[in-house]
Design a protein around this ligand. Structure first.
Ligand code: NAD
Length: 269
């Protein structure tokens, strides 16, 4: 058995990596040997802190400011990454947000913000990644694939979500974006998959786990009876990015403690 780490010598861009799931994935990829570009949109100090932890554990990377909904900023991030590290092997399309409102009160601005970051942002980053993967092709010493894209979706790519129609629509869109790219480039050894988190303890959903009452209420939706942690998603991302999942393409891997098992029926319906 070689001591080679699973993602050794590979370059990963993780969007929205200054917080929550993105930070967890960035650290997990680094532990697996990848050099990580910690993308952030506003808080450089938080991105520095994530990179600091990575470096403390012997990993390497840089922080990079870019708003994923802005074409020029995304293109610049890929250009600079390729200039500095030679290529990009892994894209984690993670950046996302919610702008919640009752459907009849959603403003066009709230709609466009969520679609712009959660869906258009994933399109812009994936397009740049695919261009680079096609240009470079497979480098067998690093990976059996020319490149891997992992889209962070949600259980709400399939579970409708009242009060969050813009968010659910963005994640449903991510599902078909992911599958269509996977189909288009599978023969060129590019793999595209999603992770569909359930409820993960991050700032995006702090209202759902902040108080004991809210937490107990949340557990009614989770057969495994615990909230998920960013590491749960990080572990799944390492697997999907590595050759261990080389024959896996175009799927959503739900990491949700069984949230999709219709827990309302667990007591005989
Ligand atoms: P979070 O708020 O901690 O992280 C979101 C990150 O995205 C932040 O770092 C934020 O700065 C960044 N971001 C926002 N807009 C950006 C932009 N325009 N450009 C670049 N970065 C931007 O929340 P999280 O829970 O870690 O969310 C990460 C992803 O996981 C999101 O796509 C979210 O929809 C998804 N998700 C989260 C949960 C959960 O329970 N936490 C469940 C399902 C899916």
């Amino acid at each position: 058995m070689s001591n080679r780490k699973k993602l050794q010598d590979q370059i990963a861009i993780v969007t929205g990596a200054s917080s929550g799931i993105g930070a967890g994935i960035a650290k997990a990829l680094s532990e697996a040997g990848a050099t990580v570009v910690v993308n952030y949109s506003s808080s450089a100090d938080k991105a520095e802190a994530v990179l600091g932890e990575i470096k403390q554990r012997g990993g390497q990377g840089i922080i990079w400011k870019a708003d994923v909904s802005k074409e020029a900023e995304v293109q610049d991030m890929f250009r600079k990454t390729i200039e500095q590290f030679g290529t990009v092997d892994i894209l984690i399309n993670n950046a996302g947000l919610q702008k919640d409102a009752k459907f009849h009160e959603i403003t066009l601005e709230q709609w466009e913000k969520v679609i712009g970051i959660n869906l258009t942002g994933q399109f812009l980053c994936a397009r740049e990644a695919v261009k680079e993967f096609l240009k470079r092709g497979v480098v067998p010493s690093r990976s059996k694939s020319a490149g891997k894209i992992i889209c962070i979706s949600s259980v709400h790519e399939v579970i409708p979500w009242a009060g969050h129609a813009n968010y659910a629509a963005s994640k449903g869109g991510v599902m078909m974006l992911m599958k269509s790219i996977a189909q288009e480039y599978a023969s060129m050894k590019i793999r595209v998959n999603s992770i569909g988190p359930g409820a993960i303890r991050t700032p995006i959903n702090h209202a759902a786990w902040q108080t004991p009452e809210a937490y107990q209420n949340l557990l009614k939706l989770i057969p495994s009876k615990r909230i998920g942690e960013a590491e749960d998603i990080g572990n799944a991302a390492v697997w999907l990015a590595s050759d261990d999942s080389e024959y896996v393409n175009g799927i959503t891997l739900f990491v949700d403690g069984g949230m999709l098992l219709y827990p309302g029926f667990e007591d005989n319906g």
